[in-house]
Design a binder for this molecule. Sequence first.
Ligand code: LMR
Length: 332
Amino acid sequence: MKVRALLAVFCALGLAAMPAAAQQPIVIKFSHVVAVNTPKGKGAEYFKKLAEERTKGRVKVEVYPNSALFKDGEEMEALQLGSVQMLAPSVSKFGPLGVREFEVYDLPYIFDNYDELHKVNDGPIGKQLFKKLESKGIVGVAFWDNGFKDMSANKALRKPEDMKGLKMRIQSSKVLDGEMRAFGALPQVMAFSEVYQAMQTGVVDGSENPPSNFYTQKMHEVQKYLTLTDHGVIEYAVIVNKKFWDGLPADIRATLEGAMKDATKYANDIAKKENEEALAAVKASGKTEIITLTPQEKAAWKKVAVAVHKENESRIGKDIIETVYKETGFKP
Ligand code: LMR
């Protein structure tokens, strides 16, 4: 027998002797809408690395950044249908799914810092919100941080009144709609992947973003001013298709939970620094002027924006809002 034929026989025998799982890894498609070079992008890559190493290749994680598979607005349905197995949408994206309680995170100025955010994520509210996803065929496995949102436009925004009449892109959230209206702006719901072009062509005048998204989407090329309002957060829920997750072999699921725990620590440890570095990069580009507010100026923005809390009491749930107030020490 020729050497090649012999090799083929050995290979075939070898494969037949292998357990089925080793031949066909379990594939997790992890889709997200931001750049790789962001807290979420890096967190997803780190989860992939840990999951594949620790399951010794029994699980393969395919990460699709930058809306390569699905835009926000489409990805949730894709997860429910099982076209992807894992996502990390901002929690603002759960309102359209009917889980409005998540919009508590969208209330302007409800969080002052990451510690307050973590208190809520790790406390009863975080658990209660994840429980609500189960009836939608979704399991919440972690909260990942991005950062605090700032307002950008082609006009200098120093006072809340400067927002009047501006077309501002928002995520699909009734609370964010109310927030922009409170400032006298005209909110425009739009997919994240379309914002750069909308800014470039003047379809919108501005938006709200944490610096990491602003910089990695190159918005500094098409926005003249960025005001450090820090008026809200972009926080993510890492979620999986429930049927897929529950159907995993128990040892694999436990290993993936461990990998997610460590990836979460990694993502949340880098979030603040990533945003600081992105802001420094925007500054260094010289294309966008960064406006820093005095405490008095910031207080004026806050005064206008917090009106939205009361307006959304029945939508979000007064009890949820009050629990968050207690956990963060917020005074309305
Ligand atoms: C947005 O749509 O602005 C954000 O949700 C994008 C993201 O995932 O950070």
